[in-house]
Design a protein around this ligand. Structure first.
Ligand code: ZN
Length: 183
């Protein structure tokens, strides 16, 4: 097992990669100044953040609706309110794979589940590996002091889905948000 400090493994960071319960609420319900900047009724992300979870089930009919397990093991809901209701994403949905949502706000659905309403299709992506594999790939990157690993530390492949998936995150700077990321 590679040695790493949890604090150095990017995707294990609980501020930039919050669980359902740590997501900021919509600023209209009380602004979280750790995540947002602004005044009056115009708020912009101050830092970058991305929710990561594992798809447990897909239950939507008219709109793509996913049951997703977060890093703490809590199951919540991610529902698409994009123009096509998530149809374009549908072929990629697979149980056990990871879903990533940029700048998600904590939302309480009418069935009382906590989750995220996704309104912009460029803020959601499915990564074809498990959350655990993705987190391990993030640990592998943290072990290397310089550069990006060329082969996955777990399976040894250069084209490992987890390694390719994690590189989108690890090649970015997750500090101050000057311009929002999109997938
Ligand atoms: Zn691998």
């Amino acid at each position: 097992m590679p040695k790493y400090k949890k604090s150095q493994s990017l995707l294990r960071d609980s501020f930039n990669f919050p669980t359902f319960s740590d997501l900021p609420e919509n600023p209209a319900n009380g602004v979280n100044l750790e995540y947002y900047d602004g005044c009056l009724d115009k708020f912009e992300p101050k830092k970058h953040w991305c929710f990561l979870g594992e798809i447990v089930d897909s239950v939507g009919l008219e709109r793509v609706t996913l049951r997703v397990k977060d890093k703490d093991g809590l199951i919540g809901t991610i529902r698409l309110y994009t123009d096509d209701g998530g149809k374009a994403l549908d072929p990629q949905i697979e149980k056990g794979h990871t879903v990533a949502v940029l700048y998600g706000e904590q939302h309480c659905f009418t069935d009382m589940t906590v989750g995220i309403r996704v309104e912009d299709a460029s803020n959601i992506k499915i990564i074809p590996c498990s959350l655990e594999q993705l987190l391990k790939a993030s640990d592998d990157v943290a072990v290397l002091r310089e550069g990006q690993p060329t082969h996955c530390g777990s399976c040894g492949k250069a084209d490992c889905k987890a390694l390719v998936g994690v590189q989108w995150f690890t090649t970015k700077t997750w500090g101050k948000c000057r311009e929002c990321f999109s997938f």
